[in-house]
Write a new protein. Structure first.
Length: 135
């Protein structure tokens, strides 16, 4: 009889640890913040926008899209916007990465004093918006 009680307690403790591990794995998710964004004029060539993406969540985030003023970056014209690293980069949990966005002069919506809405899209379906003022 004592053996059955012992086995029951061991199984209950093992089950509790397993459920706790399962719950923590299912609740891990990305949470990207954009604490720093800046734009600089590059002579007559256009602008360079630097955005620091910081993943404060428990899961890796993969950025797979960039929207500028509600349009995908490639919709602004051929070669109008270049993103480095390429638009499919990972931001590991607990770290940060800087995205460099180069916009050519003459791109629609970009002029001195304009406010630009940048939205980074992740493969998990989340969007991370930030507004930048063009100098």
């Amino acid at each position: 009889m004592l053996f059955l009680v012992f086995v029951t307690v061991v199984v209950a403790i093992t089950n509790a640890f397993w459920m706790g591990g399962l719950a923590s794995n299912l609740t891990k998710r990305e949470q990207v913040e954009i604490p720093i964004v800046s734009a600089t004029k590059q002579g007559d060539d256009g602008w360079t926008i630097m955005a620091q993406l910081k993943n404060t969540g428990g899961a890796n985030a993969t950025i797979d899209g960039l929207f500028i003023n509600g349009k995908e970056s490639h919709e602004l014209g051929p070669g109008a916007v270049t993103v480095a690293p390429d638009l499919s980069f990972s931001v590991p949990a607990g770290s940060d990465k800087t995205a460099t966005i180069i916009v050519k002069s003459g791109t629609r919506g970009f002029c001195m004093g304009a406010t630009i809405d940048l939205t980074f899209h992740s493969s998990a379906g989340r969007s991370y918006p930030k507004v930048v003022l063009i100098p």
